[in-house]
Design a protein around this ligand. Structure first.
Ligand code: H2B
Length: 100
């Protein structure tokens, strides 16, 4: 049920509510939810990644990400659905919450 590909209008609405409570917005890039997280150092970046990894495992939904020192580039999409689903927006919100 959560892995049903969202239509463009649903994506726009979900993106708006996701970004309502964050200063650093998620954007749609190449059909994926994209955000670059910047930390003070590598330990902070990797600590965040560890917390996200545990949440992702519990959700059975995993980020595509690339970590360079204290920068983490994240792309979220649902491979099984070939697009964005509710799960991507849920994981994005969890990631924002874990930075707080
Ligand atoms: N993560 C993401 N981002 N997309 C998926 O389609 C996906 C996943 N599918 N994590 C899950 C795992 C699937 O492979 C397992 C079998 O439930």
């Amino acid at each position: 049920m959560h892995r049903i590909k969202l239509e463009d209008a649903a994506i726009a609405a979900s993106l708006q509510s996701l970004n309502a409570s964050t200063k650093a917005p998620w954007v749609i890039k190449e059909g994926k939810l994209h955000k670059i997280f910047r930390f003070n150092d590598f330990s902070e970046a990797f600590g965040f990644m560890t917390r996200v990894a545990l949440a992702a495992e519990a959700m059975d939904h995993h980020p595509d990400w690339c970590n360079l020192y204290k920068t983490l580039s994240v792309d979220l999409s649902t491979h099984d659905a070939g697009g964005l689903t509710e799960l991507d927006f849920q994981l994005a919100a969890r990631m924002d919450a874990l930075t707080a």
